[in-house]
Ligand binder design. Structure first.
Ligand SMILES: Nc1nc2c(ncn2[C@@H]2O[C@H](COP(=O)(O)OP(=O)(O)O)[C@@H](O)[C@H]2O)c(=O)[nH]1
Ligand SMILES: [Mg+2]
Length: 450
């Protein structure tokens, strides 16, 4: 399906700036630009200085025109960049003129969608552009560039090739039924299958790091009033963000603070102390605290060492379940209890003894958080999304099914079907086999003009 419309959008941020760029893409891009300037266009890839005019031939703005002839453009279509001045009013006047000349306002991500549809980039690369624009840390930006340049796609495609190679072997075995049993049993197919499983695991590991970089970790601080939750948030954030007093019930609303620990983006959430209370405002705060607790990747249960509170009993009471993968016990006020900050274990739960007020033991906590997330930044990390991880999990499930069919049932046909599904799942990452609604969801979250 070739789009017949010519789309346009302001590509630079709305606001004051030296330059404001408007993009046009589609079959009429050149004709519309010619009408805008009332002059012939510069040769492709050559900048030309032009006046941009309205219907009455009045000058709206002046600046550079850049043309890119299909297929040598971002979208693969004829593209024109109109580079005027960066003011909200003048840019909107230019945009209105382009619309009156027959261009259509681009939807969010429509330029990238066309680039994808015209084979200029795969889905992972298109997503990487969006992630690069939204990157919240230098590490995230660097990984996004790596994905954009194809590092992730290359890894996925390598595994896909191995998988296709394996499928060929299995299909061949099915096509020669008299040899099927021997062929399937000779161990070669199993070896190939195990190689594919290993390769997917490797990519999964790297992608998990990339997803952490992109999506960060939701860490929620919870506990009784006065345990030192707000003090801990302030200590980790390195600023006086939350109000700290010795009055129980000081924190009533949920407070979010974005921080980066060793390059790992974290959203820290401070919550109201959990207790029975008659105060309506505090009750609402506690309700909100529970909502945050449910969604947390990691819970920091803070308790006061100078009391005789039992953290595991608190965890039972607050969360009704204990999951060592989601819970870190934080024994606070080590200074008052005259304990040196350290780390130990309590019934399989990691416990960190620290002093939020003195800032002692924080490094141990930071390391424990990184370790909990499984975060090990490496130079080659590429950006990845939950969508990619889900696809790989499904791929692994189909591979495991294939293995059962092979090893337990020698069922070539069923194994072949599982492998086909595994390939399908993996291909969704780069977009080879993506449903339209998925594409709509992905590109719809992009900014306009990309
Ligand atoms: N000595 C000492 N006092 C602390 C420590 N952490 C918090 N506090 C004090 O305990 C009181 C309650 O702290 P706050 O952070 O507001 O607790 P929250 O109610 O859990 O948010 C305040 O007076 C803090 O100064 C600590 O590590 N050592
Ligand atoms: Mg507080």
């Amino acid at each position: 399906m070739t789009p017949t419309t010519t789309i346009t959008a302001i590509a630079t941020p709305q606001g004051r700036g030296g330059v404001g760029v408007i993009r046009l893409s589609g079959p009429n891009a050149f004709a519309i630009a010619e009408a805008l300037t009332n002059k012939s266009l510069p040769a492709p890839r050559m900048a030309g200085f032009r006046q941009f005019k309205d219907a009455q031939d009045e000058v709206i703005d002046e600046g550079l025109i850049l043309c890119f002839k299909a297929p040598h453009s971002f979208t693969g279509e004829d593209v024109v960049e109109v580079q005027g001045h960066g003011g909200v009013v003048v840019q909107n006047a230019l945009l209105a003129r382009l619309l009156s000349l027959g261009a259509v306002a681009a939807k969010a991500g429509e330029f990238s969608l066309r680039a994808f549809e015209n084979g200029k980039m795969d889905l992972v690369q298109a997503e990487a552009i969006s992630d690069l624009i939204d990157a919240s840390s230098e590490a995230a930006a660097r990984s996004a560039v790596r994905s954009l340049q194809g590092a992730f796609s290359l890894r996925v495609n390598e595994v896909l090739e191995q998988l296709i190679h394996l499928r060929l072997h299995v299909e061949a075995a099915i096509d020669f039924p008299e040899e099927e049993i021997d062929f399937l049993a000779d161990g070669r197919i199993l070896t190939l299958l195990e190689q594919v499983q290993g390769a997917v695991s490797q990519v999964q590991k790297s992608a998990k790091q990339g997803q952490l970089l992109r999506e960060g970790l939701q860490v929620v601080i919870a506990g009784k009033p006065n345990a030192g939750k707000s003090s801990l948030l302030n200590a980790l954030a390195g600023i006086d963000r939350a109000i700290v007093t010795d009055i129980a019930g000081t924190t009533r609303d949920v407070l979010h603070e974005k921080i980066t620990l060793n390059g790992l983006p974290i959203t820290l959430t401070d919550t109201a102390g959990l207790r029975e209370t008659g105060d309506i405002v505090e009750q609402e705060g506690i309700k909100r605290a529970y909502r945050e607790i449910e969604q947390a990747d990691l819970l920091l249960l803070v308790y006061d060492l100078t009391t005789d509170d039992d953290p595991l009993a608190l965890a039972d009471g607050f969360f009704h379940q204990r999951d060592p993968k989601r819970l870190l016990l934080i024994a606070n006020k080590a200074d008052l209890a005259e304990q040196t900050p350290h780390q130990d274990e309590l019934n399989g739960f990691k416990r960190i003894i620290l002093s939020a007020r003195q800032g002692e033991g924080l490094n141990t906590l930071i390391q424990a958080i990184s370790a909990h997330a499984g975060y090990q930044p490496e130079e080659s990390t590429f950006i990845a999304r939950t969508r990619h991880l889900d696809a790989m999990v499904r791929c692994q499930q189909h591979l495991a099914d294939a293995r059962v069919q092979l090893v337990e049932f020698h069922a070539g046909e069923l194994m072949a079907e599982s492998l086909r599904l595994a390939q399908h799942a993996l291909s969704e990452i780069t977009g080879e086999f993506s449903a339209d609604d998925l594409l709509g969801k992905i590109f719809g979250s992009f900014c306009i003009g990309k």
